[in-house]
Each structure stands twice: as C-alpha cells, then as structure tokens.
Design a protein around this ligand. Structure first.
Ligand SMILES: Nc1ncnc2c1ncn2[C@@H]1O[C@H](COP(=O)(O)OP(=O)(O)OP(=O)(O)O)[C@@H](O)[C@H]1O
Length: 767
C-alpha cells in the first residue's frame, strides 16, 4: 500500500467522523479497541486510529492535521524515524503513533529532550488523548515512588530521556520488587531523536552513591597544578580536549609529593587527583561547563545549554572544581549503576522517533538501531532565507559588526534571536547591547525558570532575545502582530556548533509553518570550533584572505568553516562509536547481573539461590585446591575444609577424582544446611534476600569501577594496534569470571558465618 493511498483512506474515514455526536465518537473508539484486541485487518485499524486522532485534534484544539503530519505519524507506526522540517508540527504528529502504540496496552513512552518540552507537550496532548479514552501521565523527576508507578501504569507516559533512563537504573537497585516503577519496556517515541541518540550519546547516565572525599588532597592538588605551565609541565590536546602531564610535569610532581615513581600502583590515587585537578583548571570553565549557584557547582549540558539537575561530574572532577572555586567540598560520587543513552533505548522492543535534522546521521541510525529515516515534504514551501556565513578574522571585529546588524534589525522592528554557545557568551553580548542601549532578554541556564515567558515574547516586534542552546531545539516562537510583514524572525548564530544539525535546529526557530524568516551565522577564526579543529591552517592562510569591515563570505572561507565543522563531526562520531562498542561489552555483563538480581528479587526460595551459589563455590574451590593434574595426596583438603567450615575431615583415597571431593563436601554441607533451615527464624528469608542483594550489588559496583578504570586507560592501549573494543572485551571477560566467583564466595562465606552462630550446628560441624 503506498503512502498516498493510505492517506486518502484515512481522510475518507476522517470525513465520516466529523458529524458524529460525542457519544457516537466514544462508541467508535470502543469499537476500535475491540478490533485491536482481535487483531483483525490491522492495516485498516491503523487507518481508523489515525482518522480518530485527526478528529480528536480538531475537536479539542481546532487544528486540522495536514496530510504531511498524517504521513509522518503513519511512518512512525510502521517503525520508521520521521524527518519533518523544524516547525512542521511534530508534536501533534506524534499523537498518531502514541495512540496506536498506546492501544497495544503495554505502555508507550513519549521521550522529550528536556522537562520544559515534556510538560508543554503533555499539556497539549492530554485533552486530545483523554478524548481518545487514553490514560496519559507525565513522569516528572520530583514524583514519589507511588506516583511514578501510576504514571507508568498509564497507556501513554511523557517525560525526558534521562528521567526514563534513571528510573530504569533505579529499578535495578531496589530491595523490594514492589518498589519498582517501570513496566517491562515496550514502545518509545523519541522527539528530537538525533539529540537524544547522537548528541547525548557521549556521556552515560550514572546513578551515583557517595563516598567521603579527601578534602586536603583536593586543595593541595589544586594549589599545585595552578603553578604548572602549558607545554612545559602539561600538554593539552585541543581536538580531543584532553590534558596530560609531560616528563617535566611528572618530575615536578615526584619531587613535590616525594614520590619515587608516579606510575607506581600505590600512587594511583595521587595521580588521579592531580589529573582531575589539572582537568578542572585547564578544561573546565565557569559559565560554560558549569555554573556556581548557592555555593554549589551545577553542570551545564553542552548541547542543550541547560543545567543538569541533580547531576555531578563523576570520579572526583566535581570536587576538583569545587576546590578550584574555593567552595566547600561535597561528597565524592561513586558509580552505582550506569548505562549509555544508546543502550538504554535499544532495550525497547520498538523504538521510533522524529526530528527536523537527521539526514546527516541516517547511516548511523541504520547501523546501530536498524532504523530507517523517512523524510516528509514540508506542508508549505520554506520561506526562510538562510544567508551564507559572515566570517571575520577576530572575535572583536565580529562582535562589532553583529551589534550593528542587531541595531538595524531592531530599528526596523524585526525580532532577533541570537544563539550563543555559552552562558558567558550570552551575558557578554547582553552587556555589549546594553552599552548601546539596546533592550534584550537573555535565556540561559540561569534564567531557565522564565523560559516559557521569554520564548513567548521572542517573536514580538523589535524583540531581541539572546539565548544559549536552550532555545535551539523545540522552542516554538510565534510571530507577533505585524512581524510577518517585516520579514519574520531573524536568527543569528554566534558560532558554528560541533555539528551541522545543531546549527540547523537554531535556524529552524524561524520560518515555521511556512512563515517568512531569515538566518545567518557570524563566525570568527577565533571561535572555539576554529581554534580546536583548524587553528594551524587558519594561521597559515589568514593573511591570504581578504577581510572587509563587514566580514567576508568567499567560497574559500565558507569551505574552510565547513571543513572545521566536519572534522568536529568526525571526531564526535569516533568517540560515540567507541563508547557504544564499549558499552555493549558492559551491557552483556549488566544483563547477566540484572538477570541474577531480578531472580533474587522475585524468588520465593532464597535458600535455593544460596545453595546454588555454594555449589558453584565448592566446585570452584575443588578445582583450585584439588586439581585433576595432581595426585590426591597433594590436594589441599585441609584448606578446603576450612573454607567451608567443615570439622569432619574430608576422606581422600587413591584414584579419587576431584568430582568425588566435590560430592563429599556438598553432602556434608547439605546436611548442615537442612538443619540450619529447620531452625532458622521465620523472617530469615526476607532478611537474607536483602543481604544477598547487597552482596551482588557490591560486587557489581566494584566491577564497574574496575571496568571504568580500564576504559579510562583504553586509549593508551592504542599502541597495541588492536581494536580497542576487542581489548576491552577481553579484559572485561576475565573480570566477569573473577567477579562471578567473588559473588558466590561472598554469599557462601556470609552464610557459613551465620551457620557458625547457630549452637546446635556448631556442635555438629564446626566445633
Ligand atoms: N496542522 C496544523 N495547522 C496549523 N498549525 C499547526 C498544525 N500543526 C502544528 N501547528 C503549529 O505549528 C507550530 C510548530 O509546531 P511544533 O512545535 O510541534 O513543530 P516541530 O515540528 O516540533 O518543530 P521543532 O522541530 O522546532 O521542534 C506550533 O505552533 C503548532 O501549534
């Protein structure tokens, strides 16, 4: 069935729905639910569902969904990622697959990039979905467990990607299955799918526990690294944004800290603290990477410009920044659970999405997630004029020209939205404008609370809005009265971003739904992207380029900017790709761990789980202490007996096999175990369940820590000329075996300890 025909059938059904009374409409929905349950003629049922959504939107919002929106919605039901230009109305489009997947009864998660959009879209959709007899909830971060359970029980649940991801992680940390909030994952529809799966893919979601930091060491390290000089004591790789100590730096550390060899295993803590202090000094900048408010450091997300609420830089970097800023040190975090965004979403049996800017990442989506992108034409032709970049030699020249431009537009009555890349940059520009008496409003991580109002005013006549990336996605700026006649909203980008998609999103704040509009980027060779990815070439060629006061837009310069940006994109891709591969390795272990944990959590027979662990540990010990390639008289049976607290000696005879020893130990153990269980208290089971869960968690956390440090050092392994993911996989596998043994041993030891305390038994076996 081709798409055109499908849309015409949907519209025919929609026409029939318009004259129905409210009760007849409800009747239709009931009938549809029955048809879905019977799974008859699914294709036609999809058309009816889509037509019902179109009619519900008309009834509740007085908006008629365009055919393009129907196509976009239908494409998602069919499992595709829909590409619709910015401003084409994706929020309403998503109602179509939401309704359809919701009807399947397993819960659909509508994923947004930030809490503002989650709430806005939820409010917009609620009435329509309710008219469609669909339960709908908003998964906010401040909900209690019971509230979360009820929003997850809804057929449709709105929320940010991180909230869903963290709930998943938290659900695997509880000690009582009644405290889990999510149902098994079923359907996800991701708005701005490129932002979630590509831009956010660099940093994993981490649930952190707290451990006490060593404050003195942070302050001392901070003081020490302040005295170091770039290119003498340390080097900075601008492309990968990493720092490392040079020979001279290492010698200095060894002298000052009186260490013979910094790379000695005993010195890993000092080295780690020093490295984090150096990173905090050199790579981390206030009002760009973080924000200080209320005596605390808050992370600013590089892609969205928002404060990441409740998140901290991990592995001591947060504390190093606090020491640098002279703040009181918070407790250091330790990762208790983590997952990458990519891996989390691949856990949904069905995941689809939409975005205005996905074409460039088409291949990646197909390769990693098996998703196809379906581009949908715009409803009306795009009327926005995207002018070529204006390029300047220096930042100062750029800013001067920019102020002139803004002044002219303001005087003309055109609203302007200036996109900046950091809080600091947005404030500096606002300051400059206020010196020229130009009124402006600023939207950044510091003014997040006023977001809705600022966006609401941004399209009015002569409005000047300076925003970080916060306004770069999803923000729907409506044009004020008379603004369309003046050419619509004018978007100015102050720097190219690390990917073209983000630039296109910024441009997309203008020219929505066929509105007029314009956009242009102002670039200087001193911009961060240029400095990081093309500084050498820029230095070499700077003189040969012609610079006017109004900047330049020559083809060579435009190509040059493009080259820098595509280098940045390439680099991001490699980082993402490696991280994904590494997380796949971790994930195999995570799956094992979660399965064991789930088994523990749900079991009614904890004694069987314990017994199995003991059996594993018996086999393991016998293999080590009584190996088949040694004669029985050489076997370390006493040690074996001690390990299991057995007083009666194990009988070893000639020609015995290790498996005979296992059997003996198991039999003695079983006897005691049965007696122990007979005498154990009633509440024994529940307390042991929790003890076993804690033990398995502890093992997993320790394992993740070791995996983390292997990952941190993985780049040093590049010299081995092997695929880094293979190296990681190999090491992770050995670690896995080690930790599985550790877990069985921990349970065995804990249980033997307890058995020793029981007087009856101690007489028999342990006296
Ligand atoms: N069928 C329609 N008729 C008229 N207006 C519509 C229609 N569908 C959506 N709109 C309006 O178009 C505007 C843009 O919609 P929306 O914000 O959903 O776009 P978008 O595609 O999500 O954009 P972005 O990619 O920037 O997030 C909104 O003001 C919305 O109310």
């Amino acid at each position: 069935m081709d798409l055109k025909k499908a849309i015409s059938l949907i519209n025919r059904k929609y026409d029939l729905l318009q004259n129905l009374s409210e009760s007849e409409f409800v009747q239709q929905i009931r009938r549809l639910r029955e048809e879905v349950a019977q799974q008859t003629r699914p294709e036609h049922v999809i058309y009816t569902a889509t037509a019902l959504v179109k009619e519900a939107v008309r009834r509740k919002m007085n908006v008629i969904l365009h055919d393009e929106q129907l196509m976009g919605g239908y494409a998602m039901i069919r499992g595709n990622v829909t590409e619709m230009m910015t401003g084409e109305g994706k929020t309403l489009t998503s109602l179509i697959p939401l309704f359809w997947f919701g009807l399947q009864g397993r819960g659909v998660h509508m994923i947004t990039v930030n809490p503002y959009l989650a709430e806005r879209d939820y409010m917009q959709a609620r009435d329509v979905l309710q008219l469609l007899d669909m339960s709908v909830g908003l998964n906010r971060s401040d909900l209690h467990m019971k509230e979360k359970q009820s929003v997850y029980a809804c057929e449709v649940t709105y929320g940010t990607w991180s909230e869903f991801g963290f709930d998943y992680l938290r659900d695997h940390l509880v000690y009582d299955s009644g405290h889990q909030v999510q149902r098994p994952l079923a359907y996800a529809i991701i708005d701005e799918i490129d932002s979630v799966l590509i831009d956010e893919a660099k940093t994993p979601m981490i649930i952190a526990g707290k451990v006490k930091a060593a404050p003195d060491l942070y302050y001392i390290c901070n003081k020490f690294v302040k005295g170091l000089r770039e290119n003498r004591d340390y080097e900075r790789d601008t492309e990968t944004n990493q720092v490392m100590f040079t020979e001279s730096g290492i010698r200095k550390i060894e002298t000052v800290f009186m260490i013979d060899n910094l790379f000695d295993l005993d010195q890993t803590t000092v080295y780690h603290y020093l490295l984090q202090s150096l990173r905090s000094q050199v790579l981390m900048e206030a009002d760009r990477d973080y924000l200080i408010a209320g005596g605390k450091v808050h992370i600013i997300d590089a892609f969205t410009g928002r404060v990441l609420e409740g998140r901290e830089f991990s592995e001591g970097l947060h504390q190093a920044i606090e020491a640098k800023e002279g703040l009181a040190l918070s407790e250091e975090t330790r990762s208790n659970a983590s997952i990458t965004v990519q891996k989390y979403f691949s856990l949904y049996p069905k995941m689809v999405g939409m975005s205005g800017t996905i074409q460039t990442e088409r291949e990646e989506l197909r390769q990693i997630y098996g998703l196809d992108v379906m581009p949908i034409r715009t409803h009306r032709p795009v009327a926005r004029k995207d002018a070529p970049d204006l390029i300047f030699a220096t930042k100062e020249a750029k800013l001067q020209r920019l102020v002139k431009e803004i002044t002219a537009l303001h005087n003309h009555g055109t609203p302007v939205l200036v996109g900046t890349t950091s809080v600091q940059q947005s404030e500096e520009l606002a300051e400059r404008l206020s010196q020229t008496h130009l009124p402006c409003q600023v939207l950044n991580a510091k003014t997040e609370q006023e977001e809705a109002e600022i966006i609401g005013r941004a399209g009015r006549k002569s409005a000047i809005t300076i925003a970080t990336n916060m306004a770069g996605r999803g923000a729907d700026i409506r044009l004020g009265e008379g603004v369309a006649e003046l050419g619509g909203l004018h978007v100015i980008g102050l720097e190219r971003h690390e990917s073209r998609r983000i630039d296109m999103q910024l441009r997309g704040r203008s020219g929505r739904q066929g509105d007029p509009g314009a956009s242009r980027f102002f670039i200087s060779l001193e911009d961060e992207l240029m400095v990081r990815f093309a500084s050498e070439e820029a230095e070499a060629r700077r003189e040969s380029w012609k610079w006017g006061e109004d900047g330049a837009s020559t083809p060579q310069l435009l190509r040059f900017v493009e080259m820098a940006q595509s280098r940045a994109e390439q680099q991001m891709y490699s980082i993402r790709n490696l991280l994904y591969k590494l997380d796949c390795v971790v994930h195999r272990q995570r799956e094992w761990f979660y399965a064991q944990r789930e088994n523990l959590l749900l079991t009614e027979h904890i004694e069987d789980v314990i017994s199995r662990s003991v059996s594993h540990w018996i086999d393991d010990c016998v293999e080590r202490l009584c190996p088949a390639n040694r004669l029985p008289e050489e076997w370390k049976v006493r040690q074996l007996g001690q390990e299991f607290g057995l007083s009666s000696s194990i009988q070893v005879t000639d020609f015995m096999k290790p498996s005979d020893v296992s059997e003996q130990v198991t039999n003695i153990w079983r006897l005691d175990w049965v007696r122990f269980l007979e005498q154990a208290q009633q509440n024994w089971r529940s307390s042991w369940k929790e003890r076993c869960l804690r033990l398995i968690d502890q093992c997993w956390i320790e394992r993740m820590e070791v995996l983390g440090s292997i990952k941190e050092g993985i780049h040093f392994r590049a010299i081995e000329k092997r695929d880094l993911a293979d190296v990681y996989e190999e090491e992770a596998y050995h670690l896995h075996l080690k930790f599985v043994r550790k877990y069985h041993r921990a349970i065995t030891r804990e249980v033997i300890q307890e058995m020793k305390m029981m007087p009856e038994l101690s007489r028999i076996a342990f006296s």
